[in-house]
Design a protein around this ligand. Structure first.
Ligand SMILES: [Zn+2]
Length: 262
C-alpha cells in the first residue's frame, strides 16, 4: 500500500539480569532473539561486588546493554563496608546508567533490617553524589523506602516490579520515580496490579522482565527472558485499552529520559 509505513516498535527491558549463570549457555542467542522482537535496550542491574566485573564486561560488548552497579538487599551477608567504598569509585570511573539494584526486602525472613537500611541509605548517598538514578528492589517495605528517599533525595529512578498501593505509587512519582511493570501483568489473576497499571499515568510507567526470575503467563514455570518483553507490553496495552505501539513509544521514551540512554 502506498504511503503505508511499518513502524518498528522499540521497547526497553529496564531490569534483566543477563549476566547471571542461567544465561551462560545461550546469552548471545537470547539477546539476539530479544532484539529481533523489538527490544532496543537492556538494563542489567547488579547483585553484589563479585558480579560487577562480569556485568560491566558483558555491557561493553554491545551499545544496547546498559549496566547498573550496586549491592542488592537480599544478599546482605555478602556485602562489606569496603564494597561501598569500591562502589563510590566505580560509579565515578565506569559511569553506569544507575545505582542498582538497591533497596529493602522485609519479605524474606531473617534479613537484618537495620543493616539493610544502613546499606540502602549509604548507596542513596553515593547515587546522589554521582548524580545517578537508582533501581529499587522493594518488598513489603514501600513506606520505609519512601521515607529514606525523602531523607536522601536522588535523581529519581525506577521502583522495580512495583506492587504497592496507588498512594505509594503517587509518592514515588512525586519523588521523580517511574514504576516498573513486567510479567505479573500477563496473569489474569493479577487483578490489583492490572488495576494499578490501568490507573497510573503512562508517563510514570516502564517495562521490565526481571529475567531470569518471574516470568510471563505464556512461559509459566520456565526461565524468564528479555525476549518475552513484548508479552509485558501487550498486557499493559490491553489493561490500559491503548495501542501497543503507543504504549511502547511512551514507555521507551520514559526509560531513555530517566536513564539517559539513546
Ligand atoms: Zn532484579
Amino acid at each position: 500500500m502506498i504511503g503505508c509505513r511499518i513502524s518498528r516498535v522499540e521497547i526497553i527491558d529496564t531490569h534483566c539480569h543477563l549476566d547471571v549463570g542461567e544465561f551462560d549457555a545461550d546469552r548471545s542467542v537470547v539477546i539476539d532473539r530479544a532484539r529481533s522482537r523489538g527490544v532496543a535496550g537492556f538494563v542489567v542491574p547488579a547483585i553484589d561486588r563479585e558480579g560487577w566485573e562480569g556485568l560491566l564486561c558483558l555491557c561493553l560488548s554491545a551499545p544496547d546493554l546498559h549496566p547498573a552497579l550496586g549491592l542488592h538487599p537480599v544478599y546482605i551477608d555478602r556485602h562489606r563496608d569496603s564494597h561501598l567504598r569500591d562502589l563510590e569509585q566505580w560509579l565515578e570511573q565506569e559511569r553506569p546508567v544507575a545505582v542498582g539494584e538497591i533497596g529493602l526486602d522485609y519479605w524474606v525472613p531473617d534479613l537484618d533490617r537495620e543493616r539493610q537500611m544502613a546499606l540502602f541509605e549509604a548507596q542513596l548517598g553515593l547515587a546522589r553524589n554521582a548524580d545517578l538514578p537508582v533501581l529499587l528492589h522493594v518488598r513489603k517495605a514501600h513506606d520505609p523506602v519512601i521515607a529514606a528517599l525523602r531523607r536522601t533525595t536522588v535523581k529519581g529512578g525506577i521502583a522495580h516490579a512495583f506492587n504497592g498501593s496507588i498512594q505509594q505509587a503517587h509518592q514515588y512519582i512525586d519523588l521523580g520515580f517511574k514504576l516498573g511493570f513486567g510479567g505479573m501483568l500477563t496473569f489474569e489473576r493479577s487483578t490489583k496490579l492490572r488495576a494499578l497499571a490501568r490507573a497510573l499515568p503512562l508517563e510514570s510507567l516502564v517495562l521490565e522482565t526481571d529475567a531470569p526470575d518471574m516470568t510471563v503467563a505464556a512461559h509459566r514455570g520456565e526461565r524468564n527472558s528479555p525476549e518475552y518483553l513484548p508479552d509485558c507490553l501487550h498486557a499493559m496495552a490491553e489493561v490500559r485499552d491503548q495501542d501497543p505501539a503507543y504504549v511502547a513509544e511512551r514507555t521507551t521514551a520514559n526509560a531513555r529520559q530517566l536513564l539517559r540512554i539513546t
